[in-house]
Write a protein that binds this ligand. Structure first.
Ligand SMILES: C[S@@+](CC[C@H](N)C(=O)[O-])C[C@H]1O[C@@H](n2cnc3c(N)ncnc32)[C@H](O)[C@@H]1O
Length: 489
């Protein structure tokens, strides 16, 4: 097998050599490729020069790659992608177009991280250091692997991607020493793309772009549907709106969209799906509360809870208030929106202001009674914290941030929350248990055990909704179980 030359990389004060691994032939078995975890990445996402501001032009692909690479490095160090992007935007204040490009590349890189890291493992002898360099290579590879895949493809040709990745590397003092290595790795990928991709695809992590434990968990819970579930989680989500039926009707709102030149389809009693996602600022009536962004499966909660005017309702894990708003659009309620995170409660307030609706906002822990005034509720919505494994198409970083042990920990917390809330429900009252999880320990097993412990009557509800992509049905993976107290409980 032909040996590749070592690439010499300049790095002050002493030069470092980064080895490129020799190529493997198309039919050869994949070598054991280890995916570096955050702790294995030497600088764990921290920039050596955290206040460095790049002078790259905002309209360049190099600038977008640089921003996305920072985001990937931060996710590898444990920060959620939206928070990582928010920090990067605050620091570099990109133009709206550059912001869109950074976001698109970072999300794409998250959906292809398993494959990009496998390819890197095949082409380099150790994890590229620092994490920013690793992030840059992953972002560039995600643009070079099947450019037409998933989010419609990004409009960059191969050599532009390589050239701009090298420019991005050269522009940052932490990684400028490695620009030759970036060039060598990406050019090698282009030369040997078919063979490298074929070999990488033999590894499930690269083929599916999920951690191995996640693939195993989906397979074990859904032996017939596991592939469709994993594929759905890698698709770009649609933009689904909830029409505020207090203010307008679905046909009227569709007409408003048509007048604005926006194509959309009605998909339920209050849901409308746009043919092409748009920034919320461009959605007619969004700022005035005519419509809100909410997945079609999440829109089932308000109807299932069966609220009517005058009821006393608890939305127990309420932030950012998507379902709170829907409940208040459905009926005139005395609604308490509870969340343990005061900062997230602010987001409910903002949402309700936009919708011109109001609720009692309370900071408190749903697993205890310290915040409760002792008056029972007619209805309780328990949209408990969970692994969010059912909404990975919207949050592709989640699969890389979660650990297997999180499921048990979160299931234990939601058990405490459910048992506590049950005491706050009046006789004949209804409690709707919701998760956006795919794991039975958090959803069906939890619901069944809860019903047994509390002698709760289970009413009809959808149960586990698997994430689905398609013209007819297109929604996240949510779980719904509805319980009623008997009159004597
Ligand atoms: C799945 S999200 C809720 C989404 C929300 N219902 C909506 O539709 O927009 C779960 C929420 O539970 C909150 N949470 C987590 N643990 C909690 C606890 N012990 N008590 C109250 N809220 C909690 C989190 O801060 C988070 O906002």
């Amino acid at each position: 097998m032909q040996k590749r030359p070592l690439i010499t990389v300049k790095k002050a004060p002493k030069p470092v050599r980064i080895k490129l691994k020799p190529a493997s032939g198309p039919g050869s078995a994949p070598s054991a490729v280890s995916i570096p975890s955050a702790s294995e990445l030497p600088s764990s996402g921290r920039s050596l020069q955290p206040n460095f501001k790049t002078k790259l032009p905002h309209e360049s692909l190099a600038f977008a790659l640089f921003g996305a690479a920072q985001a990937v490095a931060q996710v590898k160090a444990g920060t959620a992608l939206p928070q990582a992007l928010a920090k990067i935007f605050e620091h570099s204040d990109p133009s709206p177009q550059a912001r869109g490009a950074i976001q698109a590349i970072a999300y794409r890189a998250m959906r292809q991280l398993g494959r990009a890291e496998t390819l890197l493992g095949m082409m380099t002898s150790k994890a590229p250091d620092p994490a920013l360099l690793h992030g840059l290579l992953c972002c560039a590879l995600s643009l070079l692997c099947n450019p037409s895949e998933t989010d419609g493809g990004l409009p960059y040709d191969d050599f532009t991607v390589v050239d701009q990745a090298v420019t991005a590397a050269a522009a940052h003092p932490d990684i400028a020493h490695a620009k030759g290595m970036v060039n060598a790795v990406l050019r090698r990928f282009l030369r040997e793309r078919i063979a490298l991709m074929q070999t990488a695809q033999l590894q499930p992590v690269a083929a599916w772009n999920y951690p191995q434990w996640w693939i195993d968990a989906v397979k074990s819970a859904y032996p017939h549907d596991w592939q469709a579930i994993l594929v759905a989680g890698n698709s770009a989500p649609p933009l689904t709106l909830r029409v505020n039926l207090r203010r307008t009707t679905v046909p009227e709102y569709l007409q408003t969209l048509t007048q604005a030149g926006i194509a959309a389809q009605p998909i339920g009693s209050s849901a409308v799906r746009l043919d092409k996602p748009l920034p919320v600022a461009q959605i007619p009536g969004f700022a005035d509360g005519m419509a809100s962004v909410q997945d079609a499966a999440a829109q089932l909660a308000a109807t299932l809870l069966d609220v009517s005017d005058g009821m006393r309702v608890l939305d127990a894990c309420a932030a950012p208030g998507g379902k709170t708003g829907h409940l208040l659009e459905t009926a005139v309620l005395d609604l308490t929106a509870l969340d343990h995170d005061a900062r997230r409660l602010v987001r409910i307030e903002e949402n309700l202001q936009r919708l011109q609706l109001s609720a009692t906002l309370t900071v408190g822990d749903a697993s205890n009674r310290q915040w409760w005034d002792g008056r029972q509720f007619d209805r309780i919505l328990a949209d408990v914290p969970c692994t969010a494994s059912g909404i990975v198409r919207r949050h592709p970083d989640i699969r890389w941030l979660r650990r297997k042990a999180d499921t048990l920990q979160l299931a234990t917390l939601s058990k405490e929350i459910l048992d506590n809330l049950w005491q706050m429900l009046r006789p004949n009252g209804k409690l709707l248990f919701v998760t956006c999880s795919l794991w039975p320990q958090e959803s069906e097993a939890q619901a069944a055990a809860f019903a047994m412990r509390n002698q709760a009557t289970r009413l009809p509800a959808p149960g586990q909704l698997l994430p689905t992509v398609g013209k007819e049905d297109d929604h996240d993976g949510l779980f719904y179980a509805l319980f009623q107290k008997t009159s004597s409980q």
